[in-house]
Each structure stands twice: as C-alpha cells, then as structure tokens.
Write a protein that binds this ligand. Sequence first.
Ligand code: NAD
Ligand code: MG
Length: 385
Amino acid sequence: MSRKVSILGATGSVGQSTLDLLAADRDSFEVVALTAASNVRQLAADAQRVGARLAVIADEQLLPELKDALAGTGVRAAAGQAALAEAAAGEAEWVMAAIVGCAGLEPVMAAITAGRTVALANKEALVTAGGLMTDAAARNGATLLPVDSEHNAIFQCLAGQDLDRVSRLILTASGGPFRTRSKAEMSQVTPAQAVAHPNWSMGAKISVDSATMMNKGLELIEAHYLFGIPGERIDILVHPQSIVHSLVEYADGSLLAQLGPSDMRVPIAHTLAWPRRMATGVARLDLVQVARLDFEAPDEERFPALRLAREALRSGGAAPVVLNAANEAAVAAFLAGAIHFTDIARLVGETLETMVEPAPASIADVIAIDRRTREVLSLQLEHAT
Ligand code: NAD
Ligand code: MG
C-alpha cells in the first residue's frame, strides 16, 4: 500500500532531496501536496513530475502565475497561509516540514494538530516552540521524526531504549568552513565563503549558521525538546569529516553512533520509511577511503554563538525565540552585505541582553516575540551602519 505524503518547502534543499527519493519510488508513495514560497516554475514542474494533487505557493500574488503553469495538468493550484495549512493538515499521513525559519511554525503546528507523522527538518520551529510542539504532538497523537542528520542519528541510536539510562547525547559538528580561522580572519569573510560548506550542500541560511556554529547551538536546543534531555547532558563535539552524525552515551559506558555519507537523503529516507527501511541510490560510505575520523573540542571563544545558544536554553522562556529571530535577521543582513560575519553573533548577544519578553504560551506569542525581536535588531543595525 502506498503512503500518502506532502512536502512543505518542496523547492528547497531538503524538499528537493525528498522529491528525489519519491520520484525514484513512485509505487510506494502518493504525493498529496507540495508547497513553496515563490518559485512557481520549480513548484509546477515538481508537482507534475511526482503527480501531486495540490501545489501551494505562499505568496498570494503569484496564484495567477501558478494557475497558468498548471493549466490542464490536473494539479490544483492554491496560495496563501490558509492553503499552506491545508497542505500541512490535509490527506497526507506523512508530512515533510522543510520550510526554513519561523515561517514554518504555523504549517508545522497544523500538521501536528491534525495528528500526522511529521518529518521535521525545520529546526527553527523546534527551537522557538519546542515545548508547544511536543505537547501538541502528545495530545493529538502526532509522531515527530527528526530529519536533521544529528537528531536523526540520535533517534536511531536511542532505538526505543529507556531515556533514564541515557547519560549523554553527543552532537557532532563539522566546525564549518572557518573551523581553523582566527577571529580576525573571520571578520573579513564574504557571504560566498560562508555558504561554501566543506561537507554538506544546503540552503543559504543554514550554511551561514554552520559557519558561525549557531547551527549547532540551535541543534542543542532542538535536541533538548525532541528527546527531553537537559542541556547540561548534551555535549558538542567537533568532527570535521561529518561521518559520525551523532552519538548516545548510556549509563553502562556504551557509546552508540550512527555513521553514514553526508547526504541528507539518508536521514530523510529513514523518516520516509520509518519504522521500516527503504533502499536509496545514495553512494555507499567507504571507510577504507575515509581512513580516519578526527574529533576536537569546540572553541566557544572563536564561535560565541555556541555559548549564546546554551545560555538561551538555560534561561528558557522567550530566550530561544529571541536567539532564533535575532539570528535569522542578522544572517539575512550578512547575506545582503550589510554587516560583517562576526557581527552576527555580536548582534544576537546584544539583542538577547536588551530584550525582556514573557514566556510564549502559543504559536501566536512566538510569532509576536519573533516580530518584536526583528524590530529591535533592525534598530541596532541602523545604529551600527
Ligand atoms: P532552503 O532555503 O533551501 O529551502 C527553504 C524552503 O522553504 C523553500 O522551499 C522555500 O520556498 C520555503 N520557504 C521559505 N520561506 C517561506 C515562507 N515565508 N513561506 C513558505 N515557504 C517558505 O532551506 P533548506 O536548506 O532546505 O532547509 C530547510 C529547513 O531544514 C531549515 O529549517 C534547515 O535548518 C533545515 N535543515 C536543512 C538541512 C540541509 O541539509 N539543507 C539539514 C538539516 C536541517
Ligand atoms: Mg544538522
């Protein structure tokens, strides 16, 4: 029997990897809906390629263009936030949440509330609303499956074990393109250098996050909410080859690790077939070729984002929302050439110090805090430039 699936953020890096897997196995999957922010042409082409029933473009002004592109194909076109929520909570039993940033919050929550199996790539949703999401998942019988390679690795290493016998989670980090650069060198790097990740091919925002190591900070918070382990028992370990995707240490001293090629199709396939396994055309890992695995401690002096994220998790309440929103806005400013690379963490730190916000009790609260944080950050940007 085929599994009904939808992809939120189908035109992105994770969305496209998911589509590759679906297109290679048309008999096992039935595609209900695909969504995108604004890339009409890609969305229309993909919807036809995999035989989707619905294509949703977030930008309502682009609806006529999408309708044109899909005329006569049998794929229904829709636009706007309500249509995004419909795609998330519609007929699909399995929903890939691969929208980047806070924009994914409402659709993800719609899928969870509808009790779907949600493959979660959108880490910003867990960072900013992790408690709200896991509570809603428990209430509505939704299943959250981690797509982020580190969290997927941990999920595989936990394999139904008792959490009270887990002593530590160890998140591996590649260290990004500037792992060996000095602070002075980092202040001069360009957006093009920052998005050139040594091991993974990803969207622009997460690539910059990998370079500042804010990505690992966000993943620390993500791991806390996904697995219910306190931040003090989640370590970060730099591992430049990105072969060991993360580890779990048990009370008896055993360390379980998941290894694999640095290809997002592997963790995505794990969530697509879960609780079974599916074949993928991904190149096998040749450990003889790899020959060695290196590990080193992270340097919070050169990568202050790690410390900021750990502190935000410890403070709790609105702090992770502020951290995430300030980071999204600062990364956008860096990509636009408005600030230096090292300004990203500095601005995030300053925003965290300035803002006093109550703990969010709903997604609407999270979105309001996100908005206020962006306003504060844009004022700081005006002062800085
Ligand atoms: P991307 O930028 O390549 O794609 C983002 C997708 O979201 C696109 O389809 C885009 O159309 C859609 N989108 C953007 N803004 C939107 C909006 N306002 N409304 C509706 N849709 C919108 O990003 P990506 O690299 O695929 O990452 C997606 C998510 O997965 C991120 O949260 C990222 O942190 C996470 N993730 C990515 C990778 C990776 O390898 N790329 C790995 C782990 C986690
Ligand atoms: Mg990751």
